[in-house]
Design a protein around this ligand. Structure first.
Ligand code: NAP
Length: 336
């Protein structure tokens, strides 16, 4: 399967490491032979129609800071040109999420779909701003559009609701979808101030370069958009979410909640409204997970409420969600 990989950061590099370490059993078990024919980052690109060497890609990125130095001569093909000229079956989009105009991911995804490539995105930006139209574009161009890693990292939250609860009618859901803010609120629960807890999260590398994505609830809201569209069949985008982050949560709020045997968590919910806000919930509620964990409770008509808990991020975890999507595409193509 020929692949173009957009972005070669934490997730992109973990993905090629995963391909490398699993190449034999992926072929033996699933008949999948991933051949990465093009990769680009913000500074350059590497192309080889016969398949780029996974180890060399990672080494090149480590040594020079860009895959553009993969070959002896620096490759100047831009990402846009690669998507126009290089033949591939699947585009994997792993550039940074941006909620202003969703670029450059939006252009990558649209170009690939128009050329008849299947698309896997872990980048939430394009889905948060244009989920309904991207799904239409995929249908129009008869390509598959997969995005398991956008919600829950490697924890299969979307697959669980869509496939394991098949036939059920999910009436509502609520969850903790951002590990960074959960880490900060968990620490505040031990008596640490907001500023100290934020500093600790920053020191550990948990906070996005643009801290507003975590602290103002944008990341959680983007995931809520994806869930609402994919699981509930709504046609919504980021402006439809009522969103409040955690900046105004004080040590006093946390103490007051504790007196009532409750914790304050940043909850993304879909009930009558789509809302992200800090809320007080009983400390024995299964949603009350600690640290960077994510948790989501789906309530359905006949099966009651079920909570799924897992790590919401991580380079290798997210790479494994891309692999799941790739196997789904492989299976569907083989089925056709
Ligand atoms: N990390 C996680 O745990 C996780 C989990 C779920 C979803 N995600 C999503 O997955 C995506 C990738 O995450 P990450 O952690 O791998 O981020 P990252 O380490 O920051 O990597 C982003 C990559 O995108 C490249 N890039 C940025 N602007 C570009 C442009 N204009 N043209 C071409 N390439 C460009 C960067 O290039 P340079 O290398 O040259 O800077 C880098 O290689 C993000 O959208 C993130 O929200 C991440």
């Amino acid at each position: 399967m020929r692949i173009i990989l957009c972005g070669f950061g934490v997730v992109g590099q973990n993905l090629v490491k995963l391909f490398d370490s699993r190449s034999e059993d992926l072929y033996a078990k699933y008949g999948l032979k991933p051949r990465v024919v093009g990769v680009f980052d913000s500074k350059g690109s590497a192309v080889d129609q016969s398949g780029l060497d996974f180890g060399k890609l990672v080494e090149t990125k480590k040594k020079f800071g860009t895959v553009g130095r993969y070959a002896d001569t620096q490759n100047q093909m831009s990402g846009k040109d690669m998507l126009k000229e290089i033949k591939a079956d699947v585009l994997i989009e792993t550039t940074a999420s941006n909620y202003k105009d969703a670029e450059p991911g939006m252009t990558h995804i649209i170009s690939a779909m128009k050329r008849g490539m299947h698309v896997i995105s872990v980048n939430k930006g394009p889905l948060a701003l244009a989920f309904p139209s991207l799904l239409e574009l995929a249908t129009y161009n008869q390509v598959m559009f997969k995005f398991s890693g956008t919600v829950g990292g490697g924890t299969p939250i979307l697959d669980y609701a869509k496939n394991s609860l098949r036939g059920e009618r999910i009436t509502s859901f609520a969850g903790i979808l951002n590990g960074t803010t959960n880490y900060i609120l968990t620490n505040m629960g031990t008596g640490v101030s907001y500023d100290e807890a934020l500093k600790d999260a920053q020191d550990k590398g948990y906070v996005e370069a643009d801290e507003s994505l975590d602290l103002d609830g944008l990341d959680a809201a983007a995931k809520l958009v994806i869930l609402a569209n994919w699981i509930m069949g709504m046609k919504v985008t980021l402006p439809d979410i009522n969103c409040t982050g955690i900046r105004k949560v004080t040590a006093e709020d946390i103490k007051k909640a504790a007196k009532e045997n409750c914790l304050i968590k940043l909850i993304a919910s879909c009930n009558k409204e789509l809302t992200v806000s800090p809320r007080q919930i009983p400390d024995d509620d299964p949603l009350c997970v600690n640290g960077t964990l994510n948790a989501i409770a789906f309530t359905s008509e006949h099966s009651g409420t079920q909570t799924i808990i897992g790590k919401g991020a991580g380079g290798m975890e997210t790479a494994s969600s891309i692999l799941r999507d790739l196997l789904d595409i492989r299976e569907e193509i083989a089925g056709d």
